[in-house]
Design a protein around this ligand. Structure first.
Ligand code: XMP
Length: 516
């Protein structure tokens, strides 16, 4: 395991992902973890991440020099690079100059880190202070205008560092630099593959569940589908999947789960049609938070009843259901361990949530994985792209994409518009470019239009295409005008109640991705 010490950088998770992309397993650890504890985990290498602080700032996280004396390969990035330099006897100057964004870098020594890379390249910088003298024993390998020492390495001690951010796509050769550290300096071998993950997880699940039974809530999303498919592979029909149809799904989604998921996995799937129950609970409600709470509450009620039914059926055969499968991902684990109180912007709920008064042991086979790895695992298990490439879709579904009260008629209108938008975006091969594209019905807004010879008084549909790395921040996607035109023409022609299509051009922040 390569441990990435997180100095509070937004990039720390990205660093771990890139290391895994290189084929080496990597995990994050907080910068408050004592060195002894760090070393006790016997890391194959340690990477010190970037961070917002200056090494001179009061309370700035320091690096205990003993970490470099243990013979473990180490790589410093940005703040981690400066902390490394400071701790090993180099000099960090408070230049006061800030270097930010794409910056030309000159490679001065083509040693290990820059191997056969071009001498002039662009890198992504974001720093105030700069290393002005490398610690004894290090070779300076690159320089930039704002960073006299922009990279250094000590091959004998297997230590190296860079001032820039190799993990971001804006550093075109960044991944290669990282790989040079991992393979040519640290001497590691790439062995982290999703094929191994499948084998290991299947074995671990068998070990955990033994010959008992498990239940899994399917949401229609990637995570629960892949988690369920893994457990299915491990314990076969001792897994029961429950899919709660809240009536707020998009066109064809429920059928797709019933058909595709079952076809591939052979899973025992129970579909509970609870749309009437959800719709009557939502009647007359237009406040977004209230809608979210109602949907969350009803979901737990329905799921709980379904779970009790599964338990009762098992009991008839003298069996118990002791396990609940959840598609928790590594970023959720990292974030819930972070413990920093963030403001409650929206009360997110995840379909598959644990009913409070039912006690199960959790099975979380995706706990160590990032999203792209989960997709790859899903592919290896034979799940179709319609499932593994599915874009994020909120648990409360279309219920929070109708601004105003949710009714069956309004859901039908939104479903038609959404299906058209999705169809055209796919036809234009934009699926992978867009993080997601909520389609929103402004149910309480009407505007005047003209169609044929007649006046119309219909509702607007909002398109909200966004680009994002992690949904924490997002930018609106600059979709080609001809694609937008096609979507608009088709929606206004084919969906009778809609006479206007508008485009949301707000980034996040200040807008959130969903409208409610
Ligand atoms: P916002 O609207 O907060 O959305 O910018 C960020 C991401 O989260 C998704 N989202 C949800 N996902 N349950 C979920 O599982 C929810 O209640 C929920 N609300 C929003 C949203 O689609 C986007 O990807």
């Amino acid at each position: 395991t390569v441990l990435v010490v997180d100095f509070g950088a937004q990039y720390a998770q990205l660093i771990a992902r890139r290391i895994r992309e290189a084929g080496v397993y990597s995990e994050l650890v907080g910068s408050d973890v004592p060195v002894e504890e760090l070393l006790a985990r016997k890391p194959a290498a340690i990477v010190l991440s970037g961070g917002p602080s200056s090494v001179y700032a009061e309370g700035a996280p320091q690096v205990d020099p003993s970490v470099f004396e243990a013979g473990v390969p180490a790589f410093g990035i940005c703040y981690g690079f400066q902390a490394m330099a400071a701790s090993l006897g180099g000099t960090v100057a408070r230049t006061g100059d800030r270097e930010y964004g794409g910056t030309p870098l000159t490679v001065t020594t083509q040693a290990r880190l820059f191997g056969d890379l071009p001498n002039e390249q662009s890198v992504w910088m974001s720093h105030g202070d700069a290393v002005s003298a490398a610690p004894p024993g290090f070779t300076v390998t690159a320089t930039s205008t704002g960073a006299p020492v922009a990279a250094f390495e000590d091959v004998d001690r297997r230590l190296a560092g860079v001032q820039f951010h190799p993990e971001v796509r804006n550093t075109p050769h960044g991944q290669t630099v990282l790989e040079h550290f991992l393979f040519d300096i640290a001497g590691l071998e790439p062995s982290w593959t999703m094929a191994n993950v499948v084998d290991e997880q299947v074995a671990a699940i068998r070990e955990q569940i033994g010959d008992r039974r498990a239940i899994c809530g399917l949401s229609g999303g990637v995570d629960s589908a892949v988690a369920a498919a893994l457990v299915q592979r491990a314990i076969g029909d001792r897994l029961t999947c429950v899919y709660v149809d809240h009536g707020l799904m998009r066109q064809g989604e429920t059928e797709q789960i019933e058909r595709d998921f079952v076809a591939v996995t052979g899973a025992d799937l129970r579909v509970v049609d609870a749309s009437d129950q959800f719709l009557s609970a939502l009647a007359g409600v237009s406040d977004p938070e209230q809608k979210r709470k109602i949907i969350g509450r009803e979901f737990i009620r329905v799921f709980e009843q379904a779970a009790l039914d599964v338990i009762a059926d098992a009991k008839e055969h003298g069996e118990t259901v002791d396990f609940l499968v959840q598609g928790t991902l590594y970023p959720d684990v990292v974030e819930s361990g972070g413990g920093t109180g963030t403001a409650n912007i929206k009360s997110h709920h995840n379909v598959g949530g644990l009913p409070e008064d039912l006690t199960f042991t959790l099975v979380e086979p995706l706990r160590t994985l990032f999203k792209d790895e989960v997709r790859e695992v899903g592919r290896r298990l034979g799940l179709p792209d319609t499932l593994v490439q599915r874009q994020p879709f909120p648990g409360p579904g279309l219920g929070i994409r109708i601004v105003g009260e949710v009714t069956r008629e309004r859901l039908d209108v939104l479903r038609q518009a959404d299906a058209i938008a999705r169809e055209e975006l796919s036809a234009a091969h934009l699926d992978t470019e867009i993080w997601q594209c909520p389609v929103v019905l402004l149910a309480d807004v009407r505007s005047v239009g003209v169609q044929g010879d007649g006046r119309t008084y219909g509702h607007p549909i909002v398109l909200r295409p966004v680009s994002s790395e992690d949904a924490m921040t997002a930018d609106w996607t600059r979709l080609p005008y001809d694609v937008l035109a096609k979507i608009s023409t088709r929606i206004t022609n084919e969906v009778a109640e809609v006479n206007r299509v508008v485009l949301d051009v707000t980034s996040k922040p200040p807008g959130t991705i969903e409208w409610e």
